[in-house]
Design a binder for this molecule. Structure first.
Ligand SMILES: [Zn+2]
Length: 104
């Protein structure tokens, strides 16, 4: 068997491998793939990667605070939640403060 034949045989074999239905771990859509795969597309793969690798320090602090909040009594929870939301807004729109200054 020539090298070319071997490559062709390998290609045919892989094409005949059954397609398994899997569920995308990012968007939850079912998809078919011959190899075990976690995501249906490159887009989902990179979105999942980003969310696990690019969480900012602030995001993780907010997450921690929210976790602590669930243990507080309700009235205290609302107070802290207000503060967290205000901080979150400031963090996500750093221009807001400047715009307030500039407006007439
Ligand atoms: Zn997906």
């Amino acid at each position: 068997m020539s090298e070319q034949d071997a490559a062709e045989a390998a290609r045919l074999l892989s094409a005949r491998r059954p397609i398994r239905t899997q569920t995308c771990q990012w968007c939850g859509k079912p998809f078919g793939a011959r190899e075990a795969a976690r995501y249906c597309s490159q887009r989902c793969r990179s979105a999942a990667w980003k969310s696990s690798h690019q969480e900012s320090e602030f995001d993780s602090v907010v997450r921690g605070v929210r976790r602590l909040l669930s243990r507080l009594p309700k009235d205290q929870r609302i107070e802290v939640l207000d503060l967290v939301q205000r901080l979150e807004q400031e963090e996500r729109s750093p221009q807001a403060g400047l715009l307030d200054f500039g407006s007439e």
